[in-house]
Write a protein that binds this ligand. Structure first.
Ligand code: FAD
Length: 243
């Protein structure tokens, strides 16, 4: 990751922000592309198990009916690592790692812009780490929050609001219209040296079964970039398998 960013210079270190949200930037265009190519996107359709016959996945089992695969069909399992382990026999993956806590505050008016046109504010010496503002919503991110992941939302909200108010240079008596804490307990996979040593390749011993997801051995940390790189690799291998 360092070789691909810092060592290549400033142009490779620029954070990219989804202007209107990840749905606009990534999800909607991807779904449109898949559908334009004749694919189908189904959500809320949990795969319960893989039916393996010989050395191939023959079918996917779901509560609402399975999918039977053709002889040249590849399967890419792109679930979180511990879920993938439930489906794929003998698979080694990193365990679940750190949580991420987010707080979102709806403000009565957009706050003053950040200094020097910055897109995010880094907070030092507080519980909050990063503050992002989109119109009237201020969002706070805390990665690897430690005991804060267990903290009561009712106690966390005023604490984070105090830091946010101060960082955004809002008056002492400023208050938010609505506030919400979202705790993602299994936000990233275990990125310790032990966890990283358990990142698998995209190929599996099962002939038509490939893996994707940010936890594949891409060399990148648990990020969207890693998920994209793993997806590209699995896609290229799937094309070879189905050729
Ligand atoms: C709060 C938070 C903030 C983050 N911020 C950033 C950031 O700023 N930048 C960044 O690069 N990364 C960020 N990340 C990390 C980023 O979200 C992940 O790296 C990325 O989503 C991984 O993509 P993925 O496709 O591997 O897995 P996921 O996005 O986790 O997708 C896996 C999918 O599998 C589905 N699934 C699970 N079980 C089943 C089943 N049995 N059958 C069918 N489907 C199933 C899940 O519903 C899910 O949709 C953040 C993560 C969190 C939680």
């Amino acid at each position: 990751m360092l070789a691909e960013t810092f060592l290549k210079g400033g142009a490779y270190c620029r954070p990219l922000m989804a202007r209107d949200g990840l749905a606009d930037a990534l999800v909607d265009p991807t779904v449109a592309k898949i559908e334009a190519l004749g694919g189908i996107v189904e959500t809320g359709a949990r795969v319960r198990s893989l039916e393996i016959s010989g050395n191939r996945v023959a079918a996917l089992d779901r509560a609402d009916g399975g999918i039977v695969l053709g002889p040249r069909d590849p399967v890419i399992v792109a679930l979180p690592p511990t879920r993938a382990r439930d489906l794929v026999p003998g698979l080694t993956t990193p365990d679940d790692g750190e949580a991420i806590v987010n707080a979102h505050f709806r403000l009565s008016a957009p706050p003053p812009p950040f200094p020097a046109g910055a897109v995010a504010l880094g907070v030092l010496g507080g519980a909050a780490q990063w503050i992002f503002v989109r119109d009237r919503i201020a969002s706070i991110t805390i990665s690897a929050p430690g005991p804060l992941a267990q903290a009561d939302d009712a106690a966390l909200l005023p604490r984070l609001w105090g830091e946010t108010r101060q960082a955004l240079a809002l008056p002492d008596d400023a208050h938010y219209l609505a506030g919400r804490i979202i705790k993602e307990r299994r936000a990233v996979f275990d990125q310790s040296p032990a966890g990283v040593s358990r990142r698998p390749e995209a190929r599996t011993p099962i002939a038509n079964l490939l893996l994707a997801g940010d936890w594949i051995d891409t060399g990148l940390p648990a990020t969207i970039e890693s998920a994209l790189r793993a997806g590209n690799r699995a896609g290229a291998l799937a094309r070879m398998l189905s050729a």
